[in-house]
Design a binder for this molecule. Structure first.
Ligand code: C5P
Length: 234
């Protein structure tokens, strides 16, 4: 599995994201487009960024009845994205339907990964509100196995869980890991953070990096620092 750095483009307008990406002259980073930008600008922003030569992870975290997810995925597959996702909590039936919907008539499809347990959900909330008694780690591993059995390509998880996910689901099962910060950098609202160097050691396949790149005075240099450390091991 080739490692790569994905920049979380958490902007709310076309102007802001294009201004940001315009700083990249040589490189064409893999970018993540989330709900904020997609809901603000619609599918056209995906087409625009794709036409600029970037690979795209469309992070919309679908979770609905299988038929609805299948149909929505079939629309997204027409956008020529490279990766998208669903909530594993939607069940294996929903995840299988997502794979079906995403598969194009020629048999190709974007990578499909699953969100296991959102990091904003604590074990206390799981027990008290959601009536899920198992520990977070066990839920994450169980959801990862469900995703694998449903035919998905991987999961979003913490770099700290990447090794265990690979052990349970195989080395080819992709781990996409947010919560990355440079040593000594601003942590922001992330609780458990990992450096790009450590994420590499832990076996993550993709790191998703937002603010450490987007808010840097020199985003291209910050991105290249991530690539050197995570992809090249320098
Ligand atoms: O700015 P920062 O590097 O914290 O951005 C991380 C990105 O990864 C954001 O787009 C955030 O929504 C996403 N993410 C996360 N933690 C998760 C799932 C997604 O930080 N568990």
């Amino acid at each position: 599995m080739g490692k790569d750095v994905i920049i979380a483009c958490d902007f709310s307008s076309r102007e802001e994201v294009l201004d940001f990406l315009g700083k990249f002259k040589e490189e064409k980073p893999f970018v993540k487009i989330g709900m904020e930008l997609f809901y603000a600008e619609g599918p056209e922003i995906v087409r625009t960024i794709k036409a600029m030569g970037h690979r795209i992870f469309l992070d919309l975290k679908l979770h609905d009845i299988p038929n609805t997810v299948k149909k929505a995925m079939s629309v997204l597959s027409g956008l020529d994205i490279d990766m998208c996702n669903v909530h594993a909590a939607g069940t294996k039936a929903m995840m299988r339907a997502a794979v079906e919907g995403l598969t194009r008539p020629d048999g190709t499809r974007p990578l499909l990964i699953a969100v296991t347990q959102l990091t904003s959900t604590s074990e206390e909330m799981m027990r008290g509100e959601l009536l899920i008694g198992a520990p977070v780690k066990e839920t994450v591993m169980h959801y990862a196995k469900n995703a694998m059995e449903a035919g998905l390509d991987g999961v979003v998880c913490s770099p700290l869980e990447a090794g265990e996910v690979h052990a349970a689901c195989g080395e080819r099962f992709i781990t996409v890991t947010p919560g990355v910060r440079f040593a000594g950098g601003d942590v922001g609202d992330q609780k458990r953070v990992t450096t790009p160097e450590r994420a590499r050691e832990l076996g993550a396949d993709y790191i998703v990096v937002g603010r450490p790149v987007t808010q840097d005075a020199d985003p291209v240099a910050a991105y290249l620092r991530c690539v050197d450390a995570f992809v090249r091991g320098k």
